[in-house]
Structure formats: C-alpha cells, structure tokens
Ligand binder design. Structure first.
Ligand code: OOG
Ligand code: NI
Length: 316
C-alpha cells in the first residue's frame, strides 16, 4: 500500500515512542510456539514464498482454568499493564467456557512492519468454568491449580519459558479430563503456551482474500479445521476465519508414559471494511475501518482445532 510521506513519518514517530517490553514479550510468546508447532512454520513459509506481505498478527490466544486464580486474569494482567483495554465477553455454555478479548493501545494497531515490529495483536483469553464440571474432573484440575497459586502472577513468564506453573500431569489425570472436556485436557498439558497466533489476511498483498488463502494453504498440504465448514463467517459477514488442525505432540507424562496430545494451531482472519466506510479507497483503509471484535459462532468452531475428531486421534 502506498502511504503518503506524512503518514509514514507519523507512524515511525509512534513506533519509536512505544514500550520495548511489549515487543520483546510478543516475540517471547511466539518463539516456543514456532519451535513446537511445525504446521504454523510451514504455513508461514508457504505464504512468505507467494506473498510480499506484510505478515501481521490479528490476535494471539490463550486458554486457562477459571479456578484458584489461574483464569483469564492471570495471563491478562501483563497486557493490561502494557496498556491493553478489556473489551467484550463471549460465552460458550455447551463447552463450559467464557472468553474476554483485549485491544492494544490504539496507535499500535497502525504500525507498519512484521512480527514483533508490526501492529500489536489483539489478545483473546478463554477460561474453563471449572465449577460446572463433574466432581471427578474438578478434583483433578484443582490438584494442579492449587499447586500453582503462588505462580499465578507469573503466567506470562511460564508461557515465554515454555513451562507449566503446576507439576507435570499424570496420563491418568489427562485421560480423565479428555473424556469430559478436550479444552481441559489441552490446558492441563499446555498451560499458558500460546494456543494460536492469527495471521491478518487483509494485511497481505496477494493472498488477501481468505477463500483464496485457504485454497492455497490446502494445496500446499496444510490440513484446515473443517468443523462447520472450512470458512467461518460471522452473521454480519464481516469477520471471516479459518484455522489449521493442531499439531500432534509427543508428551512425556509424569508417570513416564509418552503419548500423543494436541499442540497449537495457526489461524487466519480477514476483517472486511465496515459498510459505513465502503467509499474509502483501499490505501485509505485503516484497521479501525474494519469489522472489530470476535464472534461466538466462529469461535465455537475454531476451538475444535485441537479436538481429537479434527486431529484424527483415537482416544483410549
Ligand atoms: C480459541 C478459539 C476461538 C477465535 O478467534 O474466535 C478463537 C481457542 O481455541 O482457544 O480463536
Ligand atoms: Ni482465534
């Protein structure tokens, strides 16, 4: 996109004034994510070969246990301290989940660049409503969350260091949770690891249409989550999302057993220009002119990216 010289100057000035800690932190979350999740790397390499970019991130997502201070707040705090604002709540009664999303300081939506130099991503954090599970699953979860309480303020550190704040789980505990909530099982073994990073599709140069991008990724061998259809579209049509199926990871449980579990996935989101701004020229369109927020109906299907069903894993 051709930017006027004055607009470019304005953006550079803003970028210079920002907090370097935020940049390092964003880079810190994606480092273990790329190390553990080969599909995310392959997808980005495919896009990079075909498209001049920039590859920007629409949002980062985390999962938590909503109990003993291990819920949304535990990982949200650092983002709030860095100037993020709490936005809307989303509820998923059937999955026994709720989520909140957070927007970055406004000027960081509009920075030109990639990865940790580009626009700061929105943050999407969900939590399992643990009280609503069976007594058996609750007691499994609480065994770990009560052991982690003293580290509740260090969720982000644990994420960046690719470690859990609770003891390594046993396979029996994992299985108990997996039978009742695949989200719970994922969170037990992955903790505060980045659940997914989402590529901003409309920020790309050539593959800036999500249907075209999905075709391209599939022909490149990336398996996409087909729950409710590959493309998830909000009722207003403005938010369109797709995601890969999570990578299978060999996990060493506390009892020495090594088993296949779900790792993370990569998501793609296209935000269409709002009807009120449809007369703007493409080069005038900023992120604030596009469909904002998240959508329960889309998210409900995207959660399934780590399901054994989508991954083709047989549960014992
Ligand atoms: C989050 C699924 C929802 C979105 O963008 O709506 C989501 C998860 O799998 O933890 O990412
Ligand atoms: Ni997402």
């Amino acid at each position: 996109l051709a930017l006027s010289v004055s607009a470019q100057k304005r953006r550079i000035t803003m970028a210079a004034a920002e907090v370097p800690l935020m940049r390092k932190l964003l880079a810190g979350f994606v480092k273990p994510y790329f190390e553990k999740n080969p599909t995310a790397v392959t997808a980005l390499e495919l896009i990079h070969k075909e498209d001049a970019g920039p590859i920007c991130y629409d949002h980062f997502a985390f999962r938590t246990f909503g109990v003993d201070g291990c819920g949304i707040d535990s990982i949200a705090q650092i983002f709030i301290d860095l100037g993020y604002k709490t936005r809307d709540e989303l509820r998923f009664p059937a999955k026994k989940l709720r989520a909140l999303w957070f927007s970055p300081p406004e000027h960081l939506y509009e920075v030109d660049g990639e990865l940790e130099n580009g626009p700061a991503p929105r943050i999407f954090i969900s939590e399992l409503l643990v009280d609503q599970l069976t007594e058996k699953s609750q007691s499994v979860i609480r065994k770990y969350t009560t052991a982690a309480t003293q580290y509740n303020r260090h969720a982000a550190t644990a994420s960046v260091l690719n470690t859990l704040t609770w003891p390594t789980p046993s396979f029996a505990d994992y299985q108990q949770l997996a039978r009742e909530s695949e989200y719970a099982a994922w969170t037990l073994v992955n903790g505060y690891s980045l659940n997914h990073a989402t590529v901003s599709v409309h920020s790309l140069s050539q593959l800036c249409n999500i249907s075209k991008l999905n075709q391209f990724l599939q022909s490149g061998g990336i398996k996409l989550n087909s729950e409710g259809g590959i493309l998830k579209v909000s009722p207003d049509g403005g938010l369109q999302q797709s995601s890969s199926v999570a990578d299978s990871v060999q996990y060493a449980f506390a009892d020495g057993e090594v088993e296949t579990v779900a790792g993370s996935y990569i998501e793609f989101a296209e935000r269409l220009v709002l009807p009120a701004y449809s007369s703007l020229k493409l080069e005038e369109v900023r992120e604030c002119h596009r469909r904002e927020g998240f959508e329960v109906g889309n998210a409900d299907k995207i959660f399934e990216s780590t399901s054994s069903d989508q991954m083709g894993i047989q549960r014992r």
